[in-house]
Design a binder for this molecule. Structure first.
Ligand code: SAH
Length: 224
């Protein structure tokens, strides 16, 4: 588990919107939107989201919106990151696998709350940038360049799997890597009709609950 310290002044240059005050405002917005987990809110208050996007967009880092990160992908909307993290942040969840590293922001939020974080990204260029950020912030995150569909069998079972790209349903290969009692949080459904679901693995199978409508980039096969 990691504690964030305030970013150095060099990381704050250029725009008032990268200030702590902008971040505080974002947190109030998340709270007003129904995010109740104080630990999640505190982590997001401390984590410099502007370090996960291109400098040209840094002034928009604390708007509650998804932003482009290149290669046709996006850093997720802060509200959705908070909602997904809150859905995972329950007793006995310590070892989490994320599919879709992207900018690395969601993985960084997870690293502050959970003992072990693994993340898989199919686009090499994005993963390399994300790894640089993990090093800069001294985050303990294990990452690999692969098609998330195969999961990470050598490190399974996981207490939880979080997908940040959407598909019609989650493959059994991945579901099998979650321990009994563990959870999956994932956007499922076709473009324009995605729902964020939380599935819990019981001894007799999976139960499913809906956490609301969301809009994610599609899950794509293979690596790039
Ligand atoms: N969690 C990210 C969100 C990035 S968007 C963040 O906080 O920034 C979703 C990411 O999922 C994209 O980077 C995309 O390349 C990746 N992705 C899509 N299909 C994938 C797959 N099959 N395996 C691994 N990553 C995938």
């Amino acid at each position: 588990m990691t504690r964030f310290t305030a970013p150095p002044p060099s990381a704050m240059k250029g725009a008032g919107m990268t200030s702590q005050r902008a971040r505080d405002r974002l947190i109030e917005r998340l709270r007003a939107g129904g995010i109740k987990d104080e630990a999640v809110l505190e982590v997001m208050r401390a984590l410099p989201r502007h370090l996960f996007i291109d400098e040209a967009l840094a002034s928009r880092a604390y708007e509650d919106t998804a932003l482009p990160i290149g290669m046709g992908q996006t850093i997720s909307q802060p509200y959705v990151v908070a909602l997904m993290t809150q859905a995972l942040h329950v007793d006995r969840v310590e070892k989490v696998l994320e599919i879709g590293t992207g900018s690395g922001y969601q993985a960084a939020v997870l690293a502050a709350l959970f003992k072990e974080v693994f993340t898989i990204e199919r686009i090499d260029e994005l993963l390399r940038l994300a790894r640089k950020r993990f090093r800069k912030l001294a985050l303990n995150i294990r990452s690999k360049h692969d098609d998330g569909n195969v999961g990470w069998p050598e490190c399974a079972p996981f207490d939880a799997v979080l997908a940040t790209a959407a598909r019609e349903s989650i493959d059994p290969t991945l579901l099998d890597q979650v321990r009994v009692g563990g959870i999956v949080v994932a956007p499922v459904g076709p473009p324009g009709q995605q729902t964020l679901v939380r599935m819990t693995r019981g001894t007799e199978g999976w139960t499913k609950e809906s956490l609301g409508a969301v809009s994610f980039v599609p899950w794509v096969k293979g690596v790039a």
